[in-house]
Design a protein around this ligand. Sequence first.
Ligand code: ADP
Ligand code: MG
Ligand code: MG
Length: 877
Amino acid sequence: MTRYVYDFTDGNKDLKDLLGGKGANLAEMTLMGLPVPPGFTVTTEACRAYLRTGTMPAGLLTEVQHHLRLMQNRMGKTFGDAADPLLLSVRSGAKFSMPGMMETILDIGLNDASVVGLGRQSADQRFAWDSYRRLIQMFGKTVFDVPGEAFEEELTAARSIAGVATDPELGTTQLQDLVHAYKKVFHQHTGRDFPQAPHEQLFLAIAAVFRSWNAERAILYRRQERIPQDLGTAVNVMAMVFGNRGENSGTGVAFTRDPATGRHGVYGDYLRNAQGEDVVAGIRNAVPLAQLAAIDPASHRQLLSIMQRLEQRYRDLCDIEFTIENGRLWMLQTRVGKRTPAAAFVIAAQLVDEGRITLHEALQRVTGEQLAQLMFPSFDTTAAPPPLTTGVPASPGASVGAIVFDSAAAVAATEPVILVRRETNPDDLPGMIAAQGILTSRGGKTSHAAVVARGMGKTCVCGTEELRIDGDAVTVAGRTLHAGDIISIDGTTGNVYPGSVAVRPSAVVRYFEGELAAHGDPLLSAVERLMAHADHQARLDVHANADTAVDATRARRFGATGVGLCRTEHMFLGDRRRLVERLILAEDATARSEALQTLLPLQRADFEELFAAMDGLPVTVRLIDPPLHEFLPPLEELTARVAHAEALGVDPGHDRTLLTAVRRMHEQNPMLGLRGVRLGLVIPGLFAMQVRAIAQAAAARIAAGGDPQPEIMVPLVGAVQELETVRAEAESVLASVPGAPPIRLGTMIEVPRAALTAGQIAGVAEFFSFGTNDLTQMAWGFSRDDVEGAFFGRYLELGIFSVSPFESIDRDGVGELVRTAVRRGRAIRPDLTIGVCGEHGGDPASVRFFHDAGLDYVSCSPFRVPIARLEAGRAAS
Ligand code: ADP
Ligand code: MG
Ligand code: MG
């Protein structure tokens, strides 16, 4: 029979699939001999079974009871005992950390009898009653969906009756009254009494934690973080320890290094006389961890040494939750901690320096996504007004937007907004996703707002205590701002500015541009080292999509080793539109050839510049692709112009000629129409002119002492015969240009038929380049220009795909076409060069796929080049 329960002494950190991250790490800490309260983990498998059937799998409850007995023996206490009760926490914990997304219930086992017994165990009964009211509240909310406000209202009332400002000031009698009031609330909303039987509490709590996997906010979070929806959560049941037992007790969270910058030294918050999530929620202001050294030196020392051991064990930054009960330290959680992108690079390099990990491993600790975030701009502080106030810089970035005070307003907004809250909780998640940035008045770097924002790569400033938020206004530094007012927040410094502050490029971008040296800067030197190692490892080359010498030059600075796609159609825009018009309107061969003759030197000059910028490196020039009518005015505009002229009795002249041409060329589905290679076959001389321009430019570069390496790429080929015709024409042109170097000719693979007949095509093509935008559009049969607004939202919701296939390659469908084409192409021509030049070339997950598919290079926009380089290196190590 399947085993559903593992004691903490049975597991270890590698069992995350089964025990969830929290359970696996609690087991690991137990294994290390750290002070972890005893407990056990109910597996994710049990959760999946429960969610599938709606009932607890057979045998689970018996197993739970068995493990509970073991725990009781170890503790010398009985669960829910009236005199000296063992109490439990029931905690969610999935494979991937989802901070605050699912449920945890503390103090399970308390009832009307045991609360008295628990109270007698210490000098002061207060904490027992405080724990009991917390249980009714958490249990009510989690198990029976009693609205949180119902309890909050009673709590507020209790404070005002007692005339105190904070919860810890409530005395025993007041808490007893509160318990009474809470029980009433419970009955009102559930129609039953708060369950007094400890086992019933426990089983209901376990089921509720299972169900919390499917809470709306949890689903949303997983979608955002691309965590699979079918993993389920484990449930950890452990003995309670009490941080709310008085001033010698408390609870805290800490990081072994600064999760914002990566700087050395522990970092955390501690809250005296508090339980559970009080710190994480930022509900009361905690003190920095360093102050624990004065409050409880022995526990502080012990904590520091434990944190050091954890770092050694996990070989990475760890975060922890701990509780001190009457001077005794307990570890409640650890995991490899989330961190900002900058911290990820800095820490990876530090750990190499400390001899903890190899450069190889360091490369696996950073991602292309993180590098992308580091390439975001930041505020130009020289142009900024003095800040209104400064909060805790919790998640870097520079965001400007209109103030909104609640999640719904953020979701509804059409302009960029900053979500301004006292603190955030998981219900604010939709608003946090919608906002440019998050600003809170309470909580530190470990608050909910901070943790979630860092995970999403969103700007966040928290704990900005000077902010007075009151309904739909916020007062700071004597100024009152309202919803809709623009502010700028800096997640790197914590500064909050009035109005819109200008943004400037990132240091990492300036480093790549060669404007900043890496030396002496921890982040830039970490980036430099890891990029160098990535380049050393990578098997994929990274080329850039660049149409001009300026773009190519930048791409080269960013580390591109070629141009994988030069689109020639931009060379037909601007003033040159007229020349294209002449070509289209040409009525005979002479007129057409004249038009082409005027275009030739212009194209040649463009190519010469581009080849010079990429001297010594390959430049893949794609012959003209879009339908020619794109170079003419739109049909509606022309029709209106002609009608207007006729109405005035004026001769529309040239416009009428154009209109006739546009009508003649009109297509219902231009993207499936006369474009790409089809143009080359239908308009005599067009491709020949382009080939001649390329060859002449190369010859000129050679004459000037350069080393041009052009390649000619034919778009939209679906049949080998198309390519044969173009090749024959191109070869005769090339042979006729004196001084031209040998120039390779290849094709894009972007029509599904080309992928399937790649074996035939490879007989005529010296290289392939996957045009994955068109390939995706044609494989799925949806127009990439229309789908995003039309139905992708619904598709994402339904999980038909978890990310747009235009953003990240669809491995199963489009990917299979890619693999097929690679296989069939190389079978015919083993030295076939194969690359990709769609948007996917700069997408981290896709780069990995192209590596695995055996491509030679990816080509992407210049700004994505470093990201692709990093991912190419990671894919190969
Ligand atoms: P999350 O995953 O949202 O952080 P946790 O399961 O870690 O939720 O629990 C929430 C809070 O309850 C944490 O602050 C944790 O320290 C506290 N807590 C959990 N179990 C116990 C326990 N056995 N004794 C005391 N506090 C606990
Ligand atoms: Mg936790
Ligand atoms: Mg295309």
